[in-house]
Design a binder for this molecule. Structure first.
Ligand code: AMP
Ligand code: TRP
Length: 368
């Protein structure tokens, strides 16, 4: 069983923890720490949903676990991207990773396409996944809706994500709950291949989802998740928004007309979302936040959310400005790619061996 050093009562689910990770697994050893892997796409500005659902977990898990955090640029080109914009988005996300508190001395931070194994393993997994299961992925259905034909990469997106995870013998994958289906698929593919090619081919990973923050909703439409692709800038708070924008977006947030501050996502999605944001940013539980605000008005509540948001984002923005303009950022990514590459190479050798791929195995076979 994995040892997650972090004992966090706010976790919603760790999936099943009874997998085997023995022979030749790179993250192995009898009393091993968990290998943690996650990624964020370099598209647009990172928002509060990304922060509360994913990045905060990345930081919390750093101590005592073996963490690898990736900027998944290959995923970003599943929809057309301007090369110049992509280049700067990669550095934006890298700088934000560090600004929120990911420490490159503790964790590996790197860019996906710098390690060739992601695309290579992805092909092998594609040969072991089915068009039927990929057609059921809600993210694919959402992004391809209304189009007769979609890029093959958009369809294969979850297989590349499975490759990211399996390439590092990852035990735990901290993500927002929108990625649950992709994690399940990753597990299915790993188990399927293990059954066919040997139980020790892949570590079967678990998703890690927070109870509060795993799904932050759009401020203008609390029935939809906060998303980078929204057309309304006030539907989200970017981690780099200035005070005026933060104030405007929160003060405009959709609530309801009954005037009661109560956590009830079904009947009161807007207010419940605001309670989640307020609680997560002020380090309180939702229940405490609800108690604190019970009987008070929406106007004051929103003003308090503006304040906690500014307080939380201000230090991040200061660090971001320093890091983004520093030469060390690229050096950190180069170093991360080397360290990640060394782990990936070992796993690829093992996987190719299990499948009988490549000339190395053939040479042994022919007695050379
Ligand atoms: P993406 O921006 O799609 O690359 O997502 C990066 C991470 O943020 C993933 O772990 C997502 O699950 C998480 N995430 C994205 N949107 C939200 C949201 N609205 N609420 C919580 N987590 C989110
Ligand atoms: N698909 C994830 C998202 O859209 C990003 C991602 C790519 C990822 N590869 C990953 C997350 C591996 C965790 C692990 O948010």
């Amino acid at each position: 069983m994995n040892i997650i050093k972090q004992t966090d009562s706010s976790l919603l689910a760790l999936g099943n923890m009874d997998k085997k990770s023995t022979f030749e697994m790179t993250s192995q050893s009898k009393t091993k720490v968990s290998r943690v892997f996650s990624g964020v796409q370099p598209t647009g500005n990172i928002h509060l949903g990304n922060y509360l659902g994913a990045l905060k977990q990345f930081v919390d898990l750093q101590d005592g676990n073996d963490c690898i955090y990736c900027i998944v640029d290959l995923h970003a080109i599943t929809l057309p991207k301007d090369p110049g914009e992509l280049r700067s988005s990669i550095l934006d996300v890298a700088a934000l990773y560090l600004a929120v508190g990911i420490d490159p001395k503790k964790s590996i931070v790197f860019v996906q396409s710098d390690v060739a194994g992601h695309a290579e393993l992805s092909w092998i997994l594609m040969c072991n996944s089915y068009t039927g299961e990929l057609s059921r992925m809600t993210q694919f259905k959402d992004k391809s809706r209304g189009n007769e034909s979609a890029p093959t990469g958009l369809f294969a997106y979850p297989v590349l994500m499975a490759a990211d995870i399996l390439l590092y013998d990852s035990d735990v994958v901290p993500v927002g709950s929108d990625q649950k289906q992709h994690i399940e698929l990753t597990r299915d593919i790993a188990i399927r291949i293990n059954n066919k090619y040997g139980e020790d081919t892949f570590v079967v990973p678990d998703g890690r989802f927070l109870k509060d923050g795993a799904r932050v909703m759009a401020l203008d439409d609390p029935t939809a998740k906060m998303s980078k692709s929204s057309e309304n800038p006030h539907s989200l708070i970017s981690l780099l928004d200035d005070e005026a924008k933060i104030r405007k977006s929160i003060m405009r947030a959709t609530t309801d007309s009954d005037g009661e501050i109560r956590f009830d996502p079904e009947a009161k999605p807007g207010v419940s979302n605001l309670l989640t944001i307020y609680a997560a940013l002020s380090g309180k539980t939702v229940a405490d936040a609800e108690h604190e605000w019970s009987g008070r008005g929406y106007g004051d509540f929103k003003k308090a959310i503006v304040e906690v948001t500014i307080d939380a984002l201000d230090p991040i923005q200061r660090r971001y400005a320093q890091i983004r303009s520093s030469d060390e950022l690229v050096a950190t990514l180069r170093n991360g790619a080397e360290r990640a590459g060394a782990i990936a190479e070992k796993v690829m050798l093992r996987v190719k061996d299990r499948f009988g791929l490549g000339s190395a195995g053939a040479m042994i076979e022919s007695g050379m």
